[in-house]
Each structure stands twice: as structure tokens, then as C-alpha cells.
Ligand binder design. Structure first.
Ligand code: SF4
Length: 290
């Protein structure tokens, strides 16, 4: 009976043995890739790649460098020329942009902005005349009876938390600043119940101080669709937008985006076909438009 060769006696599915000469051995000063290549060139032999060699081959080195799609590239690094074109279109579209909340003093704007959270500006403007008449200064708000204050602001929603924020922030104003609203972002955000967005609204609109960019739901949505930032946290969005927009336009920029978010770039179905920004907008994330 003829003797079978070792290869023909091998069971099906058994990996072929690699000759010892092709196995990788550590050799100081010598490349370890050479034995692996030798193993690959052996017919039927599985390539043996040393652990160190594998570790040096991240997946992206095995593939050609992926060319980022135009939408992704624009989202990562907005072209300054495109940003300027967007700003110019917004300025032309909303020449009368201004704060929609009614106020006569910085304190009133602070209170109105606290009330505007999760509420329309129109609703806040309905509530504030009676509120400001009842509580004329920070001391009056600080000493307000919670039940009465809550009743007056009830229709703006989240009235218990808002009443607490109003009383706490006004108590801080009385204790630290004699009832006056301070003029710096650090002082304002140190007040209880006052966040960065509220502070930016007050500084930009009551004092004309460009301390930052107000980021509300409209600003966040449009900043993403316009490819200005991929951030989702409001403070990170603000930090990403500030270098793109001239400082003297920071306050207006927020008003422009808020107005445009209401007029055209709404959340569910933006009106891209009639949008003046369309030639300059990558429409990031827009799947349905009209
Ligand atoms: S083109 Fe569309 S997505 Fe872009 S800003 Fe206008 S409405 Fe929004």
C-alpha cells in the first residue's frame, strides 16, 4: 500500500502547519516582517504575523485614506467665506432683529429671561406687565411670597422652579450688588438661578455688552444645519460659534438665528426651497424639507 504524503493525511479543516523556518522568531536588530512574508508566500500556509507587527497596523493604514464627504468637511471646518455669506444674508433678511422680550430695566430683562425658559416670548410678555407692577425692584422680588409669585407666573410653566430662581437671584442681587444687576458674565452666572444663556441675554440686550452668544434651541439647531459646529452641548456650541462671528454681531447673530428658525428653518420641515441661506447651507441632518 502506497504511503500517503503528510499533506494528504491531514484532516479536513485542520490548519496547515507552518514550517519551522517560516515561523517568526525574535531576532534582535532584524525586521520581523520578513518571516511573516515568507509564511504568506508558502502555498497553503496561514500567514503568521507577530503580535508587535499586528499592533503597528491600525485599521486605517490598511485602507486608503477616506476622503471626507463634502457635508462632513464643511461641518468640521466652516469656510470663513461661507460663514460671512450666511451672516450677510441673515443681516439682510432680519434688519430689525432685536430682543423679543419686553423690558425697561436690566432687572426686568433678567426676570423675563428666567420666565422665557420652555415658554414663548409672547406668553412672557403677557405675564410681565402685572409682575413688574407688583414687584418694582430686586428687593420686592426677593421678599415675594412664593405662592403669590407662583400664581402670577403660573402660565409660563415650571412656575415653582422659576419662582425660586427669581427669588434666589434677586436675594443675591440685594445682598451683593445693592439690588443692581452686575455687568460681567462671571458675576451674573454666580447668581443663583442664572445660567450662561440668561447672563448673555441680559448683558447683550440690556447693557450692549458682547459677552457671548445666546444658544437656545433655534440657535443650536441652525448652527448644526449650517455646518458651523457638530457640538450638541449649548456651552460648547457657543464656544464654537464665537470665533466664527464678529464680536460686534454676537447679540444680533442669536436674534437672527432665532428669527430664521421660526420663519424658515423650523425643526420638523425646514423651508429650504425659499430660504435665502440655501446656496450657502450644507443642510446637515436635514432629511425632509419643503
Ligand atoms: S437651507 Fe434649509 S436647513 Fe439651511 S438654513 Fe435654510 S431652511 Fe435651514
Amino acid at each position: 500500500m502506497p504511503r500517503k504524503s503528510p499533506r494528504s493525511r491531514r484532516k479536513a479543516g485542520t490548519p496547515p502547519r507552518v514550517p519551522s523556518a517560516a515561523r517568526v522568531r525574535s531576532a534582535p536588530g532584524k525586521s520581523r516582517a520578513r518571516p511573516a512574508r515568507a509564511a504568506r508566500s508558502m502555498k497553503g500556509a496561514r500567514p503568521v504575523v507577530p503580535a508587535r507587527s499586528r499592533a503597528r497596523r491600525p485599521a486605517q493604514r490598511l485602507r486608503p485614506a477616506a476622503a471626507p464627504g463634502p457635508r462632513r468637511a464643511r461641518a468640521a471646518t466652516p469656510d470663513p467665506v461661507r460663514v460671512r455669506a450666511v451672516l450677510e444674508q441673515l443681516r439682510e433678511a432680519y434688519p430689525d432683529a432685536r430682543c423679543a422680550l419686553h423690558f425697561a430695566t436690566p432687572l426686568q430683562l433678567l426676570i423675563a429671561t428666567i420666565l422665557s425658559a420652555q415658554c414663548t416670548d409672547e406668553r412672557v410678555n403677557i405675564v410681565t406687565p402685572a409682575l413688574f407692577a407688583r414687584y418694582p425692584d430686586a428687593a420686592a422680588f426677593a421678599n415675594a411670597t412664593p405662592a403669590e409669585l407662583e400664581r402670577l407666573i403660573h402660565s409660563t410653566g415650571f412656575f415653582r422652579q422659576k419662582a425660586k430662581s427669581i427669588r434666589d437671584s434677586c436675594a443675591d442681587l440685594v445682598a451683593r450688588y445693592g439690588g443692581e444687576v452686575p455687568r460681567t458674565i462671571d458675576e451674573l452666572t454666580a447668581l443663583r438661578g442664572v445660567g450662561r444663556k440668561t447672563a448673555n441675554v441680559v448683558l447683550g440686550n440690556a447693557y450692549g455688552i458682547a459677552s457671548g452668544i445666546v444658544v437656545d434651541t433655534h440657535v443650536a439647531r441652525l448652527a448644526a444645519r449650517l455646518g458651523f459646529t457638530r457640538e450638541t452641548d449649548p456651552v460648547k456650541i457657543e464656544m464654537a460659534l464665537m470665533p466664527l462671528v464678529p464680536r460686534e454681531q454676537w447679540t444680533l447673530f442669536s436674534h437672527w438665528l432665532i428669527l430664521h428658525g421660526r420663519a424658515a428653518c423650523n425643526a420638523r420641515k425646514p423651508r429650504c426651497s425659499m430660504c435665502p441661506l440655501s446656496p450657502h447651507c450644507p443642510k446637515i441632518g436635514v432629511t425632509l424639507s419643503q
